[in-house]
Ligand binder design. Structure first.
Ligand code: EPZ
Length: 417
């Protein structure tokens, strides 16, 4: 167990370099074992979820090591063994192994995944998609078991826009016989990144980034070199932290377009955001204004940036409404924030935020990854010392966050109990 000890009240200033996108990396990693030869993954983030996924794939026979150019994934020894439950439970994206194992071996047995407790997180759309491709899928004994003598392409309409189901179906369909069309597909930038990676391996995936993705199955895939896109949620977190501390930060190595919803809302609140190539400069002076936010699938405001944004708005003048329409359990940061002096109440799926002038340091707990990010930002902006416990959640998805924040002038230390 470890905690972050933050002495708040300092403006963040300087440059922070953003790493590769977590939710792209943990889709591309299992996709790499679809190939017959090694791939090199550049710009892989240095985060615990990537380490855990690497351990899972290694346990299943793949060789994974850091080379001079990036992470080398050699799937030569990868086999259809059951991944260790203890590892699978550490992250959500372990269910991509079902799509991968089905595509490569026609059978999969994968313990039900873990991940952040932010809602019920059903997987019915994954199962619907895999069944449409001809797989028999059951959940028994805490495992997803699937078999298919030959996956066959099919039209699949998703009843809800799901990032995970879109990815799982893309993985399985990449080597199915015939054509799959995913309608009402997720459009997130990491879906496009995965499609680019699959295509570089020899797959035929078109339309990623729109709500209809067409996949012509191919017989086999080969290794390739691919660079993971920058992490827009890590970038959003530093942009919001800069704004919350009245700072002046250059957020470097981003694709500004992916951050449009964040930039738009920060500007509405009175933050100055300037684009310069692959950098965004974020400056805040004076008190910010309240704004309303509703989380939506891409290109709407991302749910993963909602907790940090809630912290920021707790300091803005006026009343902000934040509506969380993706995850029913994603306001766990609110109870903790209120211990630091925020005035937020939650009614159903909406947080009603009465802006306060200052926050004060407290001992709080990171209950999930982005809730942790929200509390860290609150600690940076607060008077006095904040201790954020259970920050393991945060290191699942933010690379060296204490070090990066210190680079911006923050006083942050990670303390291991
Ligand atoms: C991915 O989760 C991300 N996780 C989440 O990132 C992110 O919050 C989410 O997408 C939305 O952008 C990974 O990529 C590993 P969904 P995922 O399937 O794929 C419902 C973070 O902080 N649904 O798009 O699990 C579901 O209940 C996190 O980095 C079904 O009803 O999300 C939700 O309301 C946490 N049936 C909505 O769809 C299904 O079969 C969107 O979920 C699947 C989902």
């Amino acid at each position: 167990m470890s905690k972050l000890v933050i002495t708040g009240g300092r403006r963040l200033e300087g440059t922070v370099r953003i790493g590769g996108r977590k939710n792209a990396a943990i889709a591309v990693l299992p996709a790499a074992v679809l190939a017959t030869g090694p791939s090199v993954l550049e710009n892989i983030p240095d985060i615990d979820d990537v380490r855990t996924y690497g351990e899972i794939l290694r346990q299943m026979g793949a060789d994974i090591h850091r080379g001079p150019e990036g992470l080398v994934v050699d799937p030569t020894g990868f086999a259809a063994v059951v991944p260790q439950q203890e590892l699978v439970k550490r992250l959500r994206a372990s269910y991509y192994l079902v799509g991968v194992l089905l595509a490569r071996f026609g059978r999969a047995q994968v313990p039900l995944p873990g991940g952040d407790e932010i809602g019920l997180r059903p997987i019915d759309q994954h199962l619907k998609g895999l069944r449409a491709l001809g797989a028999e899928v059951v959940i028994e004994g805490g495992c997803i078991r699937a078999t298919a003598s030959q996956l066959k392409g099919a039209p699949i309409y998703l009843d809800v826009v799901s990032v995970g189901a879109t990815i799982n179906i893309m993985l399985a369909a990449s080597m199915a016989r015939g054509t799959t069309v995913i309608e009402n597909a997720a459009k997130e930038s990491h879906i496009v990144d995965l499609a680019n990676f699959l295509n570089a391996m020899g797959a035929d995936v078109r339309g990623a980034g729109t709500d209809a993705i067409k996949i012509h199955g191919v017989d086999s895939l080969h290794g390739c070199t691919h660079a993971i896109i920058p992490d827009d949620i890590e970038a959003a977190t530093y942009m919001i932290a800069a704004a919350a501390t009245g700072g002046d930060v250059l957020v470097a190595n981003v694709i500004p377009k992916h951050l449009d919803p964040i930039t738009a809302k920060l500007r509405e609140a009175g933050v100055d955001v300037q684009e310069d190539g692959d950098c965004l400069r974020v400056r805040a002076t004076g008190r910010l204004r309240a704004v309303d936010i509703k989380t939506l699938p891409y290109p709407g405001f991302p749910t993963d940036a909602q907790p940090p944004m809630t912290t920021l708005l707790s300091l803005a003048a006026g009343t902000s409404l934040v509506t969380e329409s993706i995850w029913e359990g994603r306001f766990k940061h609110v109870e903790e924030l209120n211990q630091m002096g925020t005035a937020i109440r939650v009614e159903g799926r909406t947080a009603i935020i009465e802006g306060v002038e200052r926050l004060s340091g407290a001992v709080v707990r990171a209950k999930d990854l982005r809730a942790g990010a929200a509390l860290i930002i609150a600690g940076l902006a607060a008077d006095g010392v904040t201790e954020v416990s259970e920050v393991e959640h945060v290191y699942r998805g933010y690379e060296r966050i204490d070090e990066k924040l210190r680079g911006l002038g923050a006083r942050v230390e990670r303390v291991h109990a």
